[in-house]
Design a protein around this ligand. Sequence first.
Ligand code: LLP
Length: 425
Amino acid sequence: MSQFTYNNGVMHAEGVSLSAIAEQYGTPTYVYSKAQLLANFDSYADACAGRDALVCYAMKANSNLAVLDLLARRGAGFDIVSGGELLRVLAAGGDPAKVIFSGVGKTVDEMRLALTHGILCFNVESIPELHRLNEVAASMGKVARVSLRVNPNVDAKTHPYIATGLKANKFGVAFDDALDTYRAAAKLANLEVAGIDCHIGSQLLDDAPLLEALDRLIELIDALGAEGIHLHHLDLGGGLGIDYGDEEDSAPVPVGDYLGRVFKRIDGWRAERHGGKPIKVIFEPGRSIVGNTGVLLTRVEFIKNGEEKNFCIVDAAMNDMARPALYQAWMDMQPVVQADTGAATYDVVGPVCESGDWLARDRALSVQAGDLLAMKTAGAYGMTMASNYNTRGRAAELIVDGEQVHLVRRRENPADLFALESLIK
Ligand code: LLP
């Protein structure tokens, strides 16, 4: 059940009306539901119950400290892609022993930081990265646990910008080079070969490509075992899609079904070909943990009726939510107060000086200046991709818990935006 529903004609986040929130905190504002966040995490945790499995939340989707803290307390690990993200995990009280570090361009400093804090594993994406990590670990007198991100060359059938498992992508080690790369890694004294991972793309509605990728990883684990290289874990990445409310994206596979199929395959393989030996399974979900936990609340500034189009100009923009501008993503836009007057068709746009600054196109809305709109399913890749373009302060973030509202990031003010700049002396 959604935590964003109408009550007496007004959209609420859990027990609090979004009109009251806008009144008190202003707009644009991201509003998250704590209950939805925990329910989403629990759908993974429940499917993993009783198994040697770890859910490492891909925090690039939403890295607010309060979100991380709630998930950490629920037992989540974290998938990070920068030293900055590791520092966020630590600031939120997360356990570095449950952190995996992904990404194609880890710097020496980031490797050092992660080794200092004893993270669970580095997901390595190239041979030069293996050598760099080995050297950094040696200089610190440590051994780094590594997994190789293998590119299984599976078509995730998603938007080209968020498909990552094809040969033409910059990510991972090519499937055909994987064995050689593992052999190279096994020879490096300050590395411990611990796992294998992949991530084939994001917003996948069907789990068939994910299961195909799993089969390919299993093939490699068998081949490595035959050479005496035994892995401790298998990491399937993230990628499960969510329902954005449009027709195309309406039926993602439920988390429990997907994980059930993964474990069934793994159990079958372990029994038949892996001598019953254990293997830890790791998932890196981002969007499916936070996507439907948030809305972006915005107020209509002006209605502008043009010759060809009607524009609904709101106070949120592409700098607050980049997905429509970047991926032509369809995001649901609903009035906070339901009206039964006749609707017209609008493009909902922001005030930024770019034609690409739109949030929704060709939507039937019954709106006037001063009304509130809620962009639904905005909890993932919203605030984390926000910028200060046009010297616009980033939105406030709130978490609603029942009847309570917590401000978890205050709105940026203009002084914040130029605080780090200086004039030439
Ligand atoms: N693991 C790795 C290595 C990743 O690169 C990603 C996402 C994830 C896990 C989490 O994937 P998820 O479960 O969220 O699909 N900004 C885009 C999405 C970019 C995804 C990047 N990698 C968007 O707004 O659609």
